[in-house]
Ligand binder design. Structure first.
Ligand SMILES: Cc1ncc(COP(=O)(O)O)c(C=O)c1O
Length: 335
């Protein structure tokens, strides 16, 4: 029989497009966005999830049809783990703050994950006594090591390696080594430490700009490091950061709207934070090749965007239905 060139969905992780944001580029400063929602489960977190699961398989920590993967997360890591782990034959349980949007919870349930809800803040906080999600996940997993495996993205070096081995090299080759500044929001720190370590090995004067959220933020996936301790994973390599920017809710949502109008991109809020930060730095420079990581698209954020006045419901629907920048996601295949 002739072989069929089918891939497992997990093999589609990575190799996301880099696009130029032409309406923002000037003669001397070029703006590019790495569109991470082209990953099969819709965000940059597919990379970390895939690397962590592969690493656990290599170490013999997972048994197909038997093991349950459990993780505390407010969104994208849960979706990524659920999509990837379930398609590889593992069950998934997610410990999630109840404040997380209904859209996100629905995606997780549709993918087949079991949810445990806590009354945490939006992002699980790292640090003594502040983090119910992490504590609950550990409490469920600890007595049953034969059954449960908790990747723990806050400490797991496979999260860093995902970006050192995939995102970083992709950016380097997609820009032909011309990248001068890299911008990303920070949660666990996996993306920034992995990409930055790789890029700086290639070209030591690449500037790395880390974006944290303001306190009391609405920017899912990002973290404020005064409110919440820096995760161990980030601390190990935090020296790679050259410059910090604190993104506000207001600027991030305004820039998400601007990206829709000027580039026809329906982005998630943290991409608004990244764009606002790129423009802030561009104001101070004569030239550069800027790459910003756009971690997810706006499809999970209708309720938030309408609530914040970023888009009216009708505007949002037009953007979502125009679909120019929105590939079909793996979790939407049955709809
Ligand atoms: C929605 C979202 N998730 C995750 C990340 C990156 O997270 P981490 O630092 O955990 O790699 C970002 C970064 O911009 C983000 O915007």
């Amino acid at each position: 029989m002739e072989s069929i060139a089918a891939q497992n969905i997990v093999e589609r992780v990575g190799n996301t497009p880099l696009i130029e944001l032409s309406s923002f580029s000037t003669k001397n400063i070029k703006f590019y966005a790495k569109l991470e929602w082209y990953n099969p489960f819709g965000s940059v977190k597919d990379r970390a999830a895939y690397w962590m699961v592969k690493d656990a398989e290599k170490k013999g920590l997972l048994k197909k049809g038997k093991s349950i993967i459990i993780e505390p997360t407010s969104g994208n890591t849960g979706i990524a783990l659920a999509g990837i782990a379930i398609s590889l034959g593992y069950e998934v349980e997610i410990v999630i703050p109840e404040k997380v949007s209904g859209e996100t919870k629905k995606i997780l349930k549709d993918l087949g994950a079991l949810l445990h809800e806590t009354s945490d803040d939006l992002c699980p906080r790292v640090g003594a006594g502040t983090d119910q999600s992490i504590a609950l996940a550990k409490a469920i997993a600890k007595p049953r090591p034969d059954l449960y495996y908790m990747p723990n993205q806050y400490e797991n070096d496979a999260n860093y390696l995902a970006h050192y081995e995939s995102t970083g090299p992709e950016i380097w080759s997609q820009t032909n080594g011309k990248v001068s500044h890299f911008f990303t929001g920070c949660g666990t720190g996996g993306t920034i430490t992995g990409v930055a370590t790789y890029l700086k090995q290639k070209k030591s004067d690449v500037r790395i700009i880390a974006i944290q959220a303001q306190q009391n933020h609405l920017l899912q996936g990002l973290r404020n490091f005064e409110e919440s301790a820096m995760p161990e994973l980030f601390k190990r390599r935090q020296g790679v950061v050259d410059h910090w920017i604190t993104a506000t809710n207001k600027d991030s949502f305004e820039m998400a709207r601007e990206l829709a109008i000027r580039e026809n991109l329906l982005v998630g809020p943290s991409s608004g934070s990244v764009m606002a930060s790129m423009l802030e730095i561009a104001n101070e420079l004569q030239d550069g090749v800027f790459v910003g990581l756009f971690a997810d698209d706006g499809r999970k954020f209708k309720s938030l965007y309408v609530d914040q006045g970023t888009f009216t419901s009708a505007e949002y629907d037009v953007l979502q239905n125009s679909g120019k920048n929105l590939p079909p996601l793996a979790y939407q295949k049955n709809r």
